[in-house]
Design a protein around this ligand. Sequence first.
Ligand code: CMC
Length: 388
Amino acid sequence: MAEEKPRQFVGKTEFKKGLEGAITNESSISYVDGANGKLIYRGFSIDDLCAGGGGFEETAYLLIDGELPTKAQLGAFSKDLAGRRAIPQEVKDLIIMIGSRTHPMNTLRTAVSVLGCLNTKEFEVNVENDLDIAMSLTAQFPTVAAAIQRVRNGQSILDPDPSLGHSEDFMRMMTGEAADPRTAEVMDMALIIHAEHGMNASTFSAMVTNSSLTDMYSSICAGIGSLKGPLHGGANEATLNTFLEIEDPAKTDEWFAAAKEKKQKVMGFGHRVYKAYDPRAVIFDPIANEFAERAGSGHLHEIAKKLEALVVADLGGKGIFPNVDFFSGVIYNAMGIDTDMFTPIFAVARIAGWSARILEYLPENRLFRPRAVYVGDLESNYTPIDQR
Ligand code: CMC
């Protein structure tokens, strides 16, 4: 048997921390054009999808099915989703039990786990069953997230209204009131632009988990766990907290100087792939301005713009620009949504991308199993415990 020379393994493959530049598989779901700041879902730009009027449902169909739906297909898909929006009593009970005691992402993750426990076909891993689970989870995420927000505010959980669109009903279940048309439209855009984003950390986590052919609920729980982190989806919450901490636009320079001094990363900036403006931040910037003005929190957008100017002047040369999480929090805050609900909103959208990726990879599934470069000893002398 040939002896493996562990340190030579370094030279065989190019090793970069954080799997930078590593290729995991072939996919036709989305393309993140990092150099030009473009995001394409199955050939269509997110700008066209946002402006097209087909809503989150159209984007979810496109990501999962692969094609733009006809009017009839979209109608049937939307009806199917709407009919799956309700959540079982066990999940409501769980939210009531833990919802106000822990972070909403923990409750969401646990709710998905409970949904898995309640599905007797959990272990049937095939495209047909996983598609069924994907449809149900995509439909139920808004209901779970809305229920979490309400329980945390001492309000009763609202059941879905299948006559409403996905985003409209999400807002209604959260706030208890019908959203005005512009708010519903912007929430819909938010869900569209967060729905999918290449091999990001949560998608990769979900795919790695699913590649062992475990049940889809476990894979989605892994995705939620990864999304929660402040370097990923959790950055939207952290970014708004930065603006609230700065408090006054006049204090932005002072805050940034102190952050630089502490070598602290500024949340809402930078991206592994984008070295130009994140196109999602470009869409959100004017909307954040509009919503903040409308809600009387214009100073938050003003702080954002001041901070953007400072960071871009300092780090733009390194390809560091605002990312999607930079302006989203200002919008959600102006909609009256609690700060720690921002990342669950990201999940309400990203479930479509996670699902599409898992379903695309399943037929050609091969276990993800990379290696680490072993840098430890190989021939240490073992000393029995009583002699150490
Ligand atoms: N503020 C200040 N400096 C930064 C930032 C930032 N936000 N991001 C990267 N840098 C610097 C970093 O200090 C490093 O500098 P140097 O080369 O001098 O050591 C260099 O840029 C490379 O940084 P990195 O952390 O190795 O880059 P990465 O590709 O691993 O990280 C990132 C990407 C998103 C994790 C990082 O930019 C970051 O931590 N940003 C803040 C958190 C954030 O906003 N996350 C949301 C990402 S977009 C939404 C999503 O998809 O989740």
